[in-house]
Design a protein around this ligand. Structure first.
Ligand code: GLN
Length: 258
């Protein structure tokens, strides 16, 4: 092989190596560029978060909202299904970046987490057997048995009502089962969750009472050390409210009623 050909070969080889290295860099950049938002939710709270026909495709108002927020921020959204009372510990441990789980903003939780701006107005309502005329509102729960979901505002409030017993169960679905089995006289849950159960289950033996015990705002929770993420989420939420996307998602799950 002549010296010239050898030099040409070397040059070609170096060019190929440079291309490969270039490619490698690009790949690395893409991987680095793909920021992942680790979201924690308790997917047993329709219509906010639940597992439908395909259990891996989490559905609900919160799920659509956080996906839209992730898209707005340029993050890939990864959903992690966690027990409700395990969500804040999971956030504190750094296993997730943000909680969206119909979580009410309150002072007790503010000691542990940062909240986003409010994104949904909720409140607590009561479900009882249709045949039960003894319970017309919260004051009638005195001396009665109540089922609630553990770790929730329903659990906190139920304990203040002078009831005979408060059964703290793992999910709102479990509270409905308990009521149907006549293990309790009433359940307290977030109003939209009780309303949704009536429509979806077609259970004709129960009713939701119109009185609301509280007015609550849902917020996304972020680790106290991550004020930067709180700002980004608030900015994205504001954008979605301004550009109509929030309203679209709202209408999909709740129709026009606000
Ligand atoms: N909003 C209630 C709370 O924050 C219930 C939330 C839930 O069960 N996912 O406690």
């Amino acid at each position: 092989m002549s010296k010239k050909i050898l030099v040409l070969c070397m040059a070609a080889l170096m060019a190929v190596m440079a291309m490969v290295a270039g490619c490698g860099n690009d790949n690395k950049k893409a991987a680095e560029g793909e920021k992942v938002l680790k979201v924690g939710t308790n997917a047993d709270f329709a219509p906010f978060e639940f597992q439908g026909a395909d259990p891996s495709a989490y559905e609900g108002f919160d799920m659509d909202l956080i996906r839209a927020i992730g898209e707005e921020m340029g993050y890939k959204v990864e959903i992690n299904n966690v027990a409700f009372d395990g969500l804040i510990p999971s956030l504190e441990a750094g296993n997730i970046d943000v909680i969206i789980s119909g979580m009410t903003i309150n002072e007790e939780r503010k000691q542990k987490v940062l909240f986003s701006d409010p994104y949904y107005k909720s409140g607590l309502s009561i479900m009882v057997a249709k045949s039960d005329d003894s319970i017309k509102g919260f004051q009638d729960l005195k001396g009665k048995k109540i089922a609630v979901q553990i770790g929730t505002t329903s659990a906190t409030e139920a304990k203040k009502l002078g009831s005979a017993e408060v059964k703290e169960l793992n999910s709102s679905a479990d509270t409905f089962i308990e009521l149907n089995a006549k293990g309790v006289d009433a359940v307290i849950n977030d109003r939209p969750v009780n309303d949704r159960y009536i429509v979806e289950s077609k259970n004709d033996n129960v009713k939701v009472l119109p009185e609301l015990l509280t007015s609550e705002d849902y917020g996304m929770a972020i680790n106290k050390k991550n004020a930067d993420l709180q700002t980004k989420i608030n900015e994205a939420l504001k954008k979605l409210k301004d550009n109509g996307k929030y309203d679209q998602i709202y209408a999909k799950w709740f129709g026009d009623k606000k």
